[in-house]
Design a protein. Structure first.
Ligand code: SIN
Ligand code: FE2
Length: 199
């Protein structure tokens, strides 16, 4: 079922249990090659999520700001985007080119993500596709201006959200997890993958 939340299309249950487990395996392979790190923000704080990337570009935040980079902070190029994530992009993105970046965020029980826009990409005609694995997360969606009215939806393991069209620049964030709501990850928590075309 597809639910519209402020223009963002949430494909509930897009991945079945087998695909979710296989994607977790593929994410583990990425994390072995490109270890998770906890990014700093421009103002010197630390983000509460740990992250890494796959694909031609990875998204980085540090004291110099937000940007895409061709290499992991430790030096190597990013590993390839997990095949299942690419398949999902092809199914739901509505565009013919492939994603160039897959940002992987790991949320532990207390992690959250403040309201923000995804706007470090060159072409906003290209959607952002977000895949949820593990514990449910309360996803808040606003409009294209900061501080506007918001709506919320719980994203569950296997849900895929497409931020495109009019909703491409909508503010969004994660308020909290519902810990223990999924048994997919042995130690709990949540993995979110976001696929983007960068240039
Ligand atoms: C993000 O906006 O980068 C992540 C959204 C999510 O974790 O669902
Ligand atoms: Fe985002």
């Amino acid at each position: 079922m597809i639910v519209d939340v402020g223009g963002i299309k949430v494909h509930q249950g897009a991945l079945d249990a087998g695909q979710q487990a296989e994607l977790v395996e593929q994410v583990r392979r990425v994390v072995r090659a490109a270890p998770l790190f906890r990014p700093e923000t421009k103002r010197g704080g630390k983000m509460s999520v740990r992250m890494t990337s796959a694909g031609r570009y990875g998204w980085i935040s540090d004291r110099a700001g937000y940007r895409y980079e061709r290499t992991h902070p430790d030096g190597p190029e990013w590993p390839p985007i997990p095949a299942i994530a690419k398949d999902i992009w092809r199914d739901v993105s509505g565009v013919s080119c492939d994603p160039q970046s897959c940002l992987i965020n790991f949320y532990d029980a207390d992690a959250k993500m403040g309201m923000h826009q995804d706007r470090d990409e060159a072409n906003f005609e290209m959607p952002v596709v977000s895949i949820s694995l593990g514990d449910d997360a309360l996803f808040r969606v606003g409009g294209p201006e900061r501080g506007g009215k918001t709506q919320s939806i719980w994203l569950s393991s296997g849900d895929v959200a497409v931020m495109g069209g009019e909703a491409r620049l909508n503010y969004h964030g994660i308020d909290r997890l519902r810990t223990g709501s999924s048994t997919l990850l042995p130690h709990g928590g949540r993995i979110n993958l976001t696929l983007r075309v960068v240039d």
